[in-house]
Design a protein around this ligand. Structure first.
Ligand SMILES: [Zn+2]
Length: 329
């Protein structure tokens, strides 16, 4: 259960029509499912059963564990560069025929982290691979690769998944449906890895509870101590982008509810009570607060001073109730 059915169909068709490329670039956002698809494609190529990929045979299982003898993989953290030595190691024995399957598959994850020397070391094998070899390079952006590498590979683009697809994958993985999944699938914005991270780390939902509680208090009372509230933001400074998006998504819901009274189109559908409780916040205040947060988010993205930016934002949110909309810029 992967999503990306269009990609899988393309690859399946290539296998059926015996039109497999020697090298693929799987291109798409971090966490979108490129490695999982690379493993699935490897299984399609190497599976022992008729209904490939069966997912049950020894080959399919060993590929999932990245330990099949005819399957080689580089899977470093995405902040590590891939060196010439890494490439030479994986390519050792590339000319020896596969032991158990028709193919030998080489997967290089985060291939956009290859040094130029590493790319050059790979190039020779990409240019004249033995007939049984298939390369899969996964990248966030193909432009990080040298044009010579790109020109030797078939590029496959991974689209973001729909909320429905994300829900289906989560349902299959966890065997339940949780009320907070509307929020999680919206936040994940089509990237399954982000959705799974959120489900697997309860801390994120706890932070959301705390932050929304405080943000609503700030909007509802002019007595809130902005400097004390800043400390909460400082505590979670490594998750500031998450926190700001959480508040933005909640303000969006308040605006939608304010304008339509419609619950069915809310992102934070698990927080209906909180939305009703804060439904009296006026539209102008919501819009001004949204602007203040967007502005802070953009400043922090270009490394503005954290404390100053957050405190100014909090003050603007607090003042949003008391000044007319035209003064909010
Ligand atoms: Zn199989």
């Amino acid at each position: 259960m992967l999503g990306h059915q269009r990609v899988l169909n393309t690859l399946q068709t290539a296998i059926k029509s015996d039109n497999i490329s020697h090298a693929y670039i799987f291109e798409g956002a971090k966490g979108i499912g490129k490695r999982e698809t690379a493993l699935a494609f490897s299984s399609m190529l190497m599976c022992e059963e008729k209904d490939a990929p069966c997912g049950r045979c020894k080959t399919c299982q060993l590929i999932q564990q990245s330990s099949h003898p005819d399957f080689q993989e580089i899977n470093l953290d995405d902040d590590k560069s891939i060196s010439v030595e890494d490439i030479r190691n994986i390519l050792k024995g590339i000319i020896i025929r596969p032991l158990y399957s028709k193919y030998k598959v080489f997967v290089i994850n985060n291939a956009d982290n290859m040094t130029v020397q590493a790319q050059n070391a790979l190039l020779k094998s990409l240019e004249e691979p033995p007939g049984f070899v298939v390369f899969i390079l996964t990248v966030q952006s193909g432009t990080a690769m040298t044009p010579t590498i790109r020109s030797r590979c078939q590029r496959i683009f991974f689209n973001k998944l729909s909320h429905e697809e994300l829900r289906e994958i989560l349902k299959a993985k966890y065997g339940v449906i949780k009320p907070e999944w509307d929020f999680i699938t919206s936040y994940a914005d089509g990237v399954i890895g982000t959705a799974i991270d959120l489900v697997d780390s309860p801390e994120y939902l706890e932070i959301r509870d705390v932050i929304l509680e405080q943000a609503m208090q700030l909007l509802q009372s002019k007595d809130t101590d902005v400097y004390a509230l800043y400390e909460l933001f400082e505590k979670y400074d490594d998750k500031i982008d998450y926190i700001l998006r959480v508040i933005l998504m909640f303000l969006r819901d308040l605006i939608v509810y304010n304008q339509t009274g419609n619950f069915s189109i809310l992102i934070n559908s698990d927080k209906k009570d909180m939305i009703i409780k804060n439904a009296d916040i006026n539209l102008s205040s919501l819009i001004k607060s949204t602007r203040a947060i967007w502005s802070a988010k953009k400043s922090l993205e270009v490394n503005a001073n954290f404390q100053l930016t957050v405190e100014v934002m909090l003050m603007k949110i607090q003042q949003s109730m008391f000044s007319p909309l035209s003064e909010a810029r």
